[in-house]
Design a protein. Structure first.
Length: 562
């Protein structure tokens, strides 16, 4: 309707997943690279997750355009199926003739699996790689997920016959974290969480779609203030950007204006997302509006999500306050070479079983207060970092007396870790942590992170738990966090932990438990395989994040999402 008015050949902000409009931010490139890696990954699962509207399906369509000719691909976009219906759909997508069945009845599960196995063997003999893609995979039932796992058992003596790509919302990661799906989780060879766009990327995204839609023949319709408001109201989620920009352009066209102002964007936002209603903070519409308004302050922290793991560990574009291990004497070469003592390692092993309990005993019994503003939380937070460290150590069942907490913890085999990243990293590390909160230029305060969901975080101070919406948390949290991790036997501070024999043995055992089973191969290659599967920088060095992920079974966990 308005395209020709702005000198465009087509409307630029359709919500259809058109690959021609795919904006390849750094994060989208990494997501696409993970999918392409999965094509040659030799079987198992590849996991791509992201918030609603983040562009997962569009990346998938771009992936389909780049699938090599030797691959046969089946794409399922409606996974709300029974086990038999799923197998039937897979057969239809691959062109496998349905097995015979009694009149009026579907073939059995075994009949479908046998037919698929025959097809997969024939494809393998012909040099064809078979890939199954399931979109909206968070809707898969538990028994269907188990059947998919069993399909990855179809193999020759050399390789798996079927590669499965699961694409879904963050709930999919949570599903695979359940104990009953541990076997399936261990078969995930690569995973990536697609975050929202940053403020800069939002402007680039808008310009990109306008350019693809055709030259405007004049000034860009959105000025800088309008772009800033668009990012603020959408949180950098591409689908929400499309909805808002489309309505804003329509409003400008209706008023005969060739430029979209910030006021026009605000009006379009009320029309598209609806106004926030007083006293209705719990409604889905109000939560969506609240998330949009809060995202401007926190998107640089929250939008990076799991992708920050890729960058923090000795990696690409580290933040100004990159991750650093806090251990006494690290600046002293002599003390840096000293391993954790055998007595300390024994103490760590002795406390490992009890340390795996979720949160501390006191935290579980503390009352919880739901907040809509972080002010009460800030008032109750710890002012002294050492006191917060001592409280956090309780989750590892390690009482710390007065004094320097990180020195005392290291003597017991626990290392202090500080970093700047996003909640995605903390979700992957899956352990309690300290968050450093700041309001303007005021002194920092400290709270504990006990758990979080897609919309809120469970935090704790000395005597209370708090539930705070993520946009409100983003107002006072800039990504700074700290936590403990349990050093493996023989560990030495440094970028790589593969030197000490005791650490090598620990790594070999944990890598095997994680499904990296090539014990005869070089240890660094096994570490690299694990890093690729978990979204870390694949350098083969067993740095802190790699060790933390391998040692999760020995660590206290986060509360379940609610």
């Amino acid at each position: 309707m308005y395209a020709s008015f702005f000198g465009l050949s087509k409307e630029p902000f359709s919500i259809a997943p058109d690959p021609r409009f795919l904006f390849m931010s750094d994060m989208h490139r990494e997501a696409l690279a993970h999918l392409l890696y999965g094509v040659s990954g030799g079987g198992g699962f590849v996991l791509l997750t992201g918030e609603i509207g983040a562009g997962k399906t569009t990346v998938c369509r771009a992936f389909l355009d780049q699938v090599p000719a030797h691959c046969a691909v089946a794409y399922i976009f409606n996974p709300k199926l029974t086990v038999v219906e799923l197998l039937q759909t897979i057969c239809e997508e691959f062109g496998v003739q349905a097995p015979a069945a009694a009149a009026g009845a579907l073939p059995s599960v075994k009949a479908y699996v046998d037919a698929l196995n025959g097809f997969l063997l024939s494809a393998h003999a012909a040099g064809c790689h078979t890939v199954l893609i399931i979109d909206e995979a968070q809707s898969l039932a538990a028994d269907v997920l188990e059947q998919l796992r069993l399909l990855t058992n179809l193999e020759t003596s050399e390789r798996k016959l079927l590669q499965i790509v699961l694409i879904g919302q963050p709930e999919l990661r949570d599903m695979l974290a359940r104990p009953e799906l541990e076997q399936m989780a261990q078969r995930v060879i690569a995973r990536y969480h697609l975050p929202a766009l940053s403020a800069t990327e939002t402007g680039q995204y808008i310009q990109h779609r306008l350019a693809v839609a055709g030259p405007s023949g004049g000034r860009e319709p959105f000025d800088s203030r309008a772009v800033a408001r668009i990012h603020s109201l959408t949180g950098g989620v591409p689908r929400r950007i499309n909805l808002l920009c489309d309505r804003a352009l329509l409003g400008a066209y209706a008023h005969g204006q060739h430029r979209v102002s910030a006021d026009m964007v605000d009006k379009a936002g009320r029309e598209v997302f609806g106004p926030p209603r007083a006293g209705s903070a719990g409604t889905p519409a109000a939560r969506a509006w609240g998330l949009a308004l809060g995202a401007a302050a926190g998107v640089a922290t929250l939008a990076l999500a799991a992708a920050w793991v890729w960058r923090v560990e000795l990696g690409l574009q580290p933040p100004a306050t990159a991750a650093a291990e806090v251990a006494p004497g690290l600046a002293d070469p002599a003390s840096a070479a000293a391993p954790v003592s055998a007595a300390s390692a024994a103490l760590a092993a002795a406390t490992a079983a009890s340390a795996a309990a979720v949160a501390g005993d006191g935290a579980a019994a503390s009352p919880e207060t739901a907040l809509t503003d972080p002010a009460p939380l800030m008032s109750a937070a710890w002012r002294e970092e050492a006191a917060a460290w001592r409280d956090l150590a309780g989750h590892w069942k390690l009482p710390l007396p007065e004094g320097e907490p990180c020195e005392q913890a290291l003597a017991a085999g626990l290392v202090c870790h500080r970093a700047t990243s996003g909640l995605g990293v903390l979700r992957q590390l899956a352990r309690p942590a300290l968050l450093v909160l700041r309001e303007s230029d005021a002194a920092p305060v400290y709270v504990k992170l006990l758990g979080f969901s897609a919309t809120g975080a469970t935090l704790a101070t000395a005597d209370r738990q708090w539930r705070l919406p993520l946009p409100e948390l983003a107002r006072v949290w800039r990504g700074e966090f700290a936590t403990f991790w349990r050093a493996p036997p023989g560990w030495r501070p440094g970028p790589d932990a593969t030197d000490a024999p005791a650490t090598q043995a620990w790594l070999q055992q944990r890598l095997s438990a994680a499904g990296v089973s090539d014990a005869a191969g070089p240890l660094r290659e096994q570490v690299r395989t694990f890093q690729i599967a978990n979204g870390l920088q694949a350098d083969g060095l067993a740095g802190p994040l790699t060790l933390m992920l391998l040692g999760r079974a020995d660590e206290p966990g986060l509360l379940q999402d609610r």
